[in-house]
Design a protein around this ligand. Structure first.
Ligand code: ADP
Length: 442
């Protein structure tokens, strides 16, 4: 190509020189020749420009030399681009057809939460109509603070938990929202109908709460009578006395179980934010420390309590008491006589922490990930004998989740355990008493 252009240029120069020689005006003829050549090249480029501007499907204008090569290259790139666009729109069409057939609502959102596409179920579940609501912000169409908060979530883990909310169109329908980010800044919002699952879950919760309530009263009566028998022991033979004692132990166990079931049920069903009280944890821990010594009794455990007296937190007193005492009493139950139980209440840059360290029996690795499940016990028989219900750590976990915190457990079989409740910095309330620390030991 370059050769062709060069040849043409040399011919122009030679002709100009010849004309110059014939007219004795070499310089003028050379300038005129080169100018004409330039104008001609400019015309050719202009034709190419017009062809590009016309965006037409026609072939590029017939050219020669380097301009022709450029035209062919542009033509090739254009047809490749068209092919790709066709393929992509095919994909998009198939994807939209598949999503449209989904039993769930699907809405594609742009960077600012504006609706870019929605399937037909989105109209039934969310009231989002396509194409009428094109480019409308979803937060303006569905005005619900919890949904706006969910859509603004940046943390992947938080977002993956999803959101359960009634449908804005039909209050009796329960939806589960999922948000899936993709591409540069787009998001796919899915809403699934979970009305039936939600109803079944609610029935399960109600059943546990009702059954526990119903059982509590007869049990209190039975246990009252059994206590009465205890008062006039002499009237009974030794065998009857043993049986009464057994009955009392079993009723106490059932009462504990019912109390734990009720606690769990309340934790599960209470929507109320637990962070509206300020809890004086140091005082609470002193109380638990004393109670733990009583529970330990003749087992003579050695207790330590280190506590930052200025460190209070936002939370629910009853729930936190239940969680902390469960961990401490577990340590007492699972640490042999004379063992050491250390409690710590402290703060670092991550937040506030309550830690219970014991050098007791420990938990083997394979049990650790299931230990907070309801009724999961490493040794069922032994736990029952010690008065355990198998619900203690499930309660602790629930309380921690409700307080925006986490329960961390590390343990080694035969060496001891470490249970730590971590609270976020935002829960801390600082009560200045001059940086006082308390440490107790018994
Ligand atoms: P339980 O009422 O049986 O104590 P929890 O839910 O409180 O139920 O605890 C579940 C199980 O975790 C216990 O049965 C026990 O096997 C184990 N466990 C809890 N705390 C400790 C601990 N400090 N040391 C060893 N094992 C523990």
């Amino acid at each position: 190509m370059i050769k062709e252009d060069l040849g043409r240029f040399i011919i122009v120069i030679l002709f100009s020189l010849l004309a110059g020689l014939l007219t004795s005006q070499i310089a003028i003829c050379l300038v005129a020749g080169i100018t004409l050549y330039g104008i001609w090249q400019y015309r050719l480029l202009h034709q190419v420009y017009d062809w590009l501007q016309s965006h037409s499907e026609s072939n590029p204008p017939e050219q020669s030399g380097i301009i022709d090569a450029l035209c062919s290259e542009i033509d090739f790139l254009q047809s490749r681009h068209k092919q790709r666009t066709r393929k992509l729109s095919g994909f998009l069409k198939r994807y939209q057809q598949a999503t449209a057939a989904l039993p769930d609502a699907a809405v594609i959102l742009g960077e600012q939460g504006e609706i870019e596409w929605a399937n037909s179920k989105a109209a039934d579940y969310l009231g989002v109509r396509w194409p009428q609501d094109n480019r409308q912000r979803i937060a303006n169409l569905i005005r619900h603070p919890r949904l706006s908060e969910f859509l603004a979530k940046k943390d992947d883990q938080e977002r993956d938990k999803g959101l359960q909310l009634e449908s804005p169109v039909n209050k009796t329908q329960m939806l589960e929202f999922r948000l899936i980010p993709y591409g540069d800044a787009q998001k796919l919002l899915m809403a699934r109908d979970i009305t039936e699952i939600h109803r079944a879950n609610q029935m399960r919760k109600d059943f546990i709460a009702n059954a526990s309530h119903e059982l509590r009263t007869p049990l209190t009566v039975i246990s009252g009578y059994l206590e009465g028998f205890d008062d006039d022991k002499e009237q009974f033979q030794e065998r009857a006395q043993t049986q009464i004692k057994q009955m009392r132990i079993q009723t106490m166990r059932m009462q504990r179980l019912i109390e734990d079931l009720l606690t769990l049920s309340v934790l599960e069903t209470t929507r109320k934010n637990p962070l509206n009280e300020v809890v004086g944890v140091p005082d609470m821990l002193t109380h638990i420390y004393q109670e733990a010594q009583e529970v330990s009794g003749i087992m003579n455990h050695i207790f330590y309590l280190e506590s930052d007296l200025d460190l209070w937190i936002k939370g629910n007193h009853r729930e936190l008491y239940s969680a902390f005492s469960n961990i401490v009493f577990n340590a007492v139950q699972h640490t042999p006589a004379g063992g050491v139980i250390r409690m710590r209440w402290y703060q670092d840059k991550e937040g506030a922490h309550f830690e219970v360290i014991d050098n007791g029996e420990g938990i083997a690795e394979e049990h650790l990930h299931r230990i907070t499940e309801r009724f999961y016990r490493v040794d069922k028989g032994r736990s029952r004998d010690k008065g355990g219900t198998g619900l203690g750590l499930a309660i602790v976990k629930h309380v921690m989740v409700r307080h925006g915190g986490k329960l961390q457990i590390s343990s080694e079989h035969g060496k001891g355990s470490n249970f730590r409740c971590d609270f976020p910095v935002t829960n801390i309330v600082y009560k200045s008493s001059g940086g006082a620390k308390s440490s107790l030991s018994a």
